[in-house]
Design a protein around this ligand. Sequence first.
Ligand SMILES: Nc1nc2c(c(=O)[nH]1)N[C@H]1C(S)=C(S)[C@@H](COP(=O)(O)O)O[C@H]1N2
Ligand SMILES: [Mo]
Length: 523
Amino acid sequence: MRPALAAFSGVLAGCTALTVAELVSVWVRPQAGPVVAVGSAAIDRTPPAVKDWAIRNFGTDDKLVLQLGILAVLALLALASGLLALRHVRSAAAGVLLFGVVGGLAATSRPDSAGITDAVPSLAGAAAGAVTLLLLVSRLTATRTETGAETGESGAGDEPGWDRRGFVITAVAAAAASTGAGTLGRRLNGSTARDAVASREDVVLPAPGSPAPATPKGAGLQIRGISPFITPTDLFYRVDTALVVPKVDATAWRLRIHGLGVGKAVSLSYDDLLRRDLIERDITLTCVSNEVGGPYVGNARWIGVPLAPLLAECGVRAPSEGGPADQLVSRSVDGMTIGSPVEDVMDGRDALLALGMNGRPLPFEHGFPARMVVPGLYGYVSACKWIEDIELTTFDAYDAYWVKRDWAREAPVKTQSRIDTPKPFARPRAGTVMVAGVAWAQNRGIDRVEIRVDDGGWQEARLAAEDSRDTWRQWSFAWQATKGGHTLTVRATDRTGTVQTEKRTRTVPDGAGGRHSVVVTVE
Ligand SMILES: Nc1nc2c(c(=O)[nH]1)N[C@H]1C(S)=C(S)[C@@H](COP(=O)(O)O)O[C@H]1N2
Ligand SMILES: [Mo]
């Protein structure tokens, strides 16, 4: 009985620790709460291969899995400290404090850490947890029986007496305190988010001075199973390190532009950006972690401020024009750093500080209030979400977040193609089978897509109309399918004449190479 109650005490102390820590984090920074801090610090330290594996297996749920994992480990540790407390109450309390130190270290180690104060939530929570554990366990080890008689020592053969009434009262009090702290923390954190939500609801995107050219009629094929030409926002992939989506209040937000070649630092508000000439463009975004045939690519209609003229106003010149900075480092409110070549941003392509996606202000998940979009570069070297700072520097002087983690400094998108239909292991009927999908080579454009059936020759697929060279292009191939097992392979050629490589390469360090194949059985 007592070991079970001790374990229960440990869990209750753990709950108190977490809820108190989350409550204190309201005043420090929501991201400094222990679960988010430990999770984020874990993400920072995850080797690229493991991150890839997690993205592959859990997709966008990888963050939920991580948080549940942390909670499960904490629950086990809490159980164990409860049991330990029965014998060594001080060591157990010290153990709880130690977890607090670990949480505090994790919080201060984050790139967006505001410093030592970030350790406060974890330490305060751990202190509350340790006290709860001491109080509960002291009731379990008190030598008072139910009747209230002081026995001093255990009766022959009996379990030593303990203070049942005291234990129940303490446990109820701890549970109430923990629930109270949890509810209050949630409510207070929710109210900061409410300002951000309200600021987003208030946004009216002006009509862009340069609207996106009308999408050619034939850009979207009517074939069942093919990716829609414009990816609906709620189906657009999401890849980032944010355990909790940053909720930024646009009315309080500012973007700073500074660094090499910029005279006086420039600071812009959201309204400053809305007042500028906006352009609207269809641009396909791709993640470097996308496997051949993978889902981390999407095409959206973005509205935003063209970046090159804005930078030019700030005094920035491309390196080819004699500018001193060759790297543009964007920093987000959550401490992400993303380095893009200044040359690419200023070479005339439609590099954007995007404010809108598919006609609406950016969703929080995709970077509200503003994010970068640079056609032709993988997201990790271009597409900083929740951006708040642009620094002009050099590649020699600074390595951005992913570059410190084995990924390449520069990463133009590789020419790629994907078979959307038929799906792997489909069983189509013999006869004409529509094979279709998408191909992309942003900033270069797709000129040709070919299909190979088994070991046969390459056959030309029909290309859908091109919207722009910055968007993916749909294609289709009417296959005269014969009974039996077949392998379909696709390859694309971009406008520079580069053919999608045959050799399969890993996503690390600069994007997967190789061709997508699908195996089907024709019946
Ligand atoms: N602040 C921030 N911006 C970020 C990232 C991130 O982790 N944090 N991930 C980048 C990566 S790797 C990609 S592929 C794109 C994905 O953008 P999306 O989630 O809107 O599709 O965002 C980029 N911008
Ligand atoms: Mo990415």
